[in-house]
Design a protein around this ligand. Structure first.
Ligand SMILES: C[S@@+](CC[C@H](N)C(=O)[O-])C[C@H]1O[C@@H](n2cnc3c(N)ncnc32)[C@H](O)[C@@H]1O
Length: 252
């Protein structure tokens, strides 16, 4: 399948983004004073700062099913496994899915962190403590044509995926069938629409939130909206700092 994600440096950059400690991600940097470092926990935040957790009791947790679409190397999927008995995690990058499975099996991975010029440092990343990796099933798939037999979920999580899709409405139109009544949809997007991924005619004409309302309101009610920062290391002196508009929708 696609793309730039298949190359090793991008893969290692994503593994660092998902599993690196703040010290591992920031080493060599002098630009951060702590505030921006909040964005270092994005794949956890889209689960724990977004989901309406008070809707679940401890009894529910043995039965909850989650779907993580565009899971990349899997950190949010592992976070969902703390709450849910079954997590199906889908991405269309073979390299990302293979890395997620490697983390699942070995619970640690070595990556090369890019520092500058031709300098890279080997660092060891660990699967977070107290997650339930065995509850996660990683698989290759396309958000715009997810397999028919996925069933229904208590949680559907799609972080920083929407504006990477060539036809985002194909994914949005599938969501009512995927989320159980009362279930939650977490849709995080930095709204970075680009013709590299989405032809102009398929991009929202107005705001991304209005676009979501147009496509989701018949079946979902918007319950929460937060801006979640994320920080991705390019090298020791260069970081991408963004925020992702994270909306949480409950299935009617
Ligand atoms: C910007 S990354 C975000 C990854 C992760 N959810 C996060 O928040 O860090 C976008 C991810 O979506 C995946 N992706 C892009 N188009 C996809 C599609 N059509 N179906 C499934 N995954 C897709 C990419 O391979 C990549 O892993």
């Amino acid at each position: 399948m696609n793309s730039g994600y298949e190359n090793r440096r991008v893969l290692d950059q994503y593994l660092l983004f998902h599993y690196g400690t703040p010290e591992q991600i920031l080493e060599g940097s002098t630009v951060f004073d702590g505030e921006e470092a909040k964005g270092l926990h994005f794949p956890e935040a889209t689960v724990w700062s977004a989901l309406l957790l008070d809707r679940y009791s401890e009894n529910d947790q043995g039965a909850l099913r989650a779907l993580d679409v565009g899971c990349a190397v899997g950190r949010s999927s592992f976070e969902l496994s703390r709450l849910c008995a079954e997590v199906i995690a889908v991405d269309y990058s073979q390299a990302f899915i293979e890395a997620a499975k490697q983390m699942q099996q070995g619970r640690e991975m070595k990556v090369l962190r890019y520092d500058e010029g031709q300098l890279e440092s080997e660092i060891n990343l660990n699967c977070p403590e107290a997650v339930n990796p065995d509850r996660v099933q990683f698989e290759l798939g396309d958000a715009m044509s997810l397999r028919d037999d996925l069933g229904e979920f208590d949680v559907v999580h799609a972080a920083n995926l929407l504006c990477r899709l060539s036809e985002p409405t194909r994914f949005l139109n599938r969501l009512p069938a995927l989320v159980k009544p009362g279930g939650q949809l977490v849709m995080a997007t930095p709204c970075t629409w680009s013709e590299e991924f989405t032809p102009k005619e398929n991009q929202p004409e107005g705001s991304t939130l209005d676009f979501l309302h147009i496509h989701l309101d018949d079946s979902f009610e918007l319950q929460r909206k937060v801006e979640l920062p994320f920080v991705i290391r390019d090298h020791a002196r260069k970081f991408q700092i963004s925020t992702s508009q994270t909306s949480v929708w409950v299935r009617k």
